[in-house]
Design a protein around this ligand. Structure first.
Ligand SMILES: [Zn+2]
Length: 329
């Protein structure tokens, strides 16, 4: 990047870096920019350009060039256009992808530029909500959405995304993963919000909310069977015996028996819920649908969708501060 020390609209131009500098990303670019516009926009850049660092203006009058090998050229192009007021060169809010927006937010976080995105924040959150509902779980997609929301500060969307990540993560030796093949750790190559272990803890709490109804059932099976008979208005004592027997057999087939501590369950909480809702093979006497229905009522209010979570105070404070900057407050 070559800041031009005059205040005038810049022409951002890109060329290959032939100077042999190593870049962490695949491509490099040179931008001709206004150093004062950058310094006004960002304290970090002001410090970098005018704070006496290596990147500051050379005293000998030689070419002023600042190298930022860690920053990707594509999102930097957008950020520089924004700073120089060249809005028509920025992608339209409904055309920008989650991946592009994520890369832009990485830079706005790094250089303290969230407030520059105020005109677009509302529209981006709207697009993000729509896309997060419809798109499948491509690698890193939810994590990128989470980081964007961490930066924009929408607390409701942030919590919903963090809960989805918790529900769709499995544990392997204390680390969370999202895919089996290829086996990908959560937040691999994607910035992770500072949440003090909230996601793994919430994942365990989700599992924990699904297991107590079973524990209660087996803590006093005779009382549980009596409750089933009463609830189903069932006069056939063999019906509840069938339920108990088929429950044990099915839990064993699903490798859920014997019941373990929630922390020992390594799979995705959403898979546990699927196993209980869809795969638990509960048998009753013929046409005793009510008895079967009464059995599954032990999970009423306990499904993952009913799970009430609370974000930590430091996370809430961060989101509030970001909301003020992004204009979502
Ligand atoms: Zn019955």
């Amino acid at each position: 990047m070559s800041p031009k020390d005059v205040e005038q609209p810049t022409t951002a131009k890109t060329t290959s870096d032939h100077s042999g500098n190593s870049h962490k990303h695949g491509t490099s670019a040179t931008f001709l920019v206004c150093s004062k516009a950058l310094a006004r926009a960002s304290r970090a850049w002001k410090c970098l350009l005018y704070g006496g660092f290596l990147e500051s203006k050379p005293a000998d009058g030689s070419q002023w060039t600042v190298r930022l090998p860690e920053d990707k050229p594509e999102p930097m192009t957008v950020v520089l256009h924004l700073i120089h007021g060249r809005f028509r060169h920025c992608p339209a809010t409904d055309k920008i992808t989650v991946e592009q927006l994520y890369e832009i937010k990485v830079l706005t976080n790094k250089y303290g530029l969230t407030y520059r995105l105020r005109p677009w924040a509302q529209a981006w959150v709207r697009e993000l909500k729509a896309e997060a509902k419809t798109r499948n779980l491509l690698s890193g997609f939810l994590e990128r959405c989470l980081w964007i929301t961490w930066e924009l500060g929408d607390e409701k969307l942030f919590k919903a995304l963090a809960e989805r990540i918790a529900a769709k993560s499995y544990d392997d030796d204390g680390r969370l993963f999202c895919h089996l093949l290829p086996k990908e750790p959560r937040f691999e190559g994607v910035l992770e919000p500072d949440m003090n272990g909230w996601i793994p803890e919430t994942r365990i709490r989700m599992v924990e909310s699904l297991l107590p109804p079973l524990r209660d059932f087996f803590a006093d099976p005779l009382a549980a069977m009596e409750a089933l008979r009463k609830g189903g208005r069932c006069a056939d004592s063999n019906c509840s015996i069938l339920i108990l027997g088929s429950l044990l057999k099915s839990l064993s087939q699903l490798q859920l028996w014997p019941l373990r501590r929630a922390s020992a369950y390594r799979k995705r909480p959403c898979l546990l819920e699927w196993d209980i809702r869809q795969r638990l093979d509960i048998r009753t006497q013929k046409d005793h649908d009510l008895c079967r229905k009464v059995f599954f009522q032990i999970w009423d209010g306990k499904w993952i969708g009913n799970h009430r979570t609370e974000l930590g105070n430091s996370v809430k404070k961060h989101l509030e501060s970001q909301r003020e900057q992004s204009g979502l407050a």
